[in-house]
Ligand binder design. Structure first.
Ligand SMILES: Cc1cc2nc3c(=O)[nH]c(=O)nc-3n(C[C@H](O)[C@H](O)[C@H](O)COP(=O)(O)OP(=O)(O)OC[C@H]3O[C@@H](n4cnc5c(N)ncnc54)[C@H](O)[C@@H]3O)c2cc1C
Length: 262
């Protein structure tokens, strides 16, 4: 059986690698560690309502995969009026390939890729986020940037709506720290966006200097997320927008069970 070669070790590439290994396929993940990758910034939250009707089938397909691979957690967030809302959650730190091959993939063909001056043969999955366009022109993929901030110490989970479908969320994503993101998603990201996010953090009581800024570009594709077979042994997926956790899992299942092991 061929190996599976991943171009990109974000939520898409890492979940495909983990699921492939679970199904007995050897998987190698190449990730150049590019600044602006979306996945390290992600809160890792998801909800059925976020998927809506259009992406509901992805949500349904993703849940068992996420649960099998990492275990789905629940996080309770408190509104200003004291009411609670529960979100589903898998921290990206549990998903992201811990030791990817830190090489830039310089070329991809059908069933091979080149990295570090070497050619590797196998099934190829291009999961390169906003950089997918480099390997397959015409997707129209673009980034919408946002920053999350991390503060020392564990605080109670908080949620405050900002506008329709957008909210500030502060919660313990990783032990010992509080992570806040506010849904900022800008094609042209300015310093003032950082300040707005920090102001929202302060209004939720996170006033000390953050210990980390996580800035990432969510991949968007016109018409919605894409999963494409672009050769006999080559696939590509991107467009995770604000739902990379469930879309990455759904596409991992599609790739492995319905394409590779069919
Ligand atoms: C602030 C913020 C909060 C978010 N919160 C959530 C959330 O709560 N829930 C949720 O589901 N989603 C969330 N998202 C969205 C989610 O992060 C994205 O949808 C998802 O991470 C996209 O994953 P990806 O693997 O497609 O892309 P990326 O994470 O960008 O990964 C692509 C990878 O490819 C690598 N790469 C690119 N080109 C090459 C090359 N030539 N050679 C080798 N490697 C290469 C890059 O280094 C990168 O690591 C959030 C995003 C942001 C920015």
């Amino acid at each position: 059986m061929p190996r599976l070669l991943m171009v990109g070790g974000g939520l898409f590439g890492s979940q495909a690698a983990a699921y492939a290994r679970r199904r007995g396929i050897e998987a190698l993940v190449f990730d150049a560690g590019l600044p602006g990758a979306a996945s390290p910034a992600a809160a890792g939250l998801f909800k059925e309502a976020w998927a809506g009707k259009k992406l509901r089938h992805h949500f349904d397909r993703a849940l068992p995969i996420l649960d099998q691979l990492y275990g789905i957690r629940h996080v309770d967030l408190t509104h200003d009026d004291g009411s609670k809302e529960t979100f589903l959650f898998v921290p990206p730190t549990a998903i992201l390939e811990p030791t990817p091959i830190r090489q830039t993939v310089t070329a991809v063909g059908d069933g091979w890729l080149e990295a570090g001056g070497e050619r590797h043969e196998g099934w190829v999955y291009i999961a390169a986020g906003i950089w997918c366009e480099t390997f397959h022109a015409g997707l129209g993929v673009y980034g919408k940037a946002g920053a999350a901030y991390v503060f020392a110490g564990e605080r109670e989970g908080r949620l405050r709506p900002i506008s329709h479908g957008r909210q500030s969320i502060a919660f313990v994503r990783d032990a010992g720290m509080t992570h806040i993101s506010d849904g900022t998603a800008e094609r042209v990201y300015l310093l003032e966006h950082d300040q707005q996010t920090l102001d929202r953090a302060a209004s939720l009581g996170l006033t000390q200097p953050p210990i980390q800024r996580l800035w990432g570009q969510r991949p968007y594709t016109p018409g919605g997320p894409v999963f494409l077979k672009i050769g006999q042994r080559t696939w590509l997926a991107t467009g995770g927008r604000k739902m990379g956790t469930i879309l990455g899992a759904s596409f991992a299942q599609l790739l492995v069970d319905e394409e590779l092991l069919r």
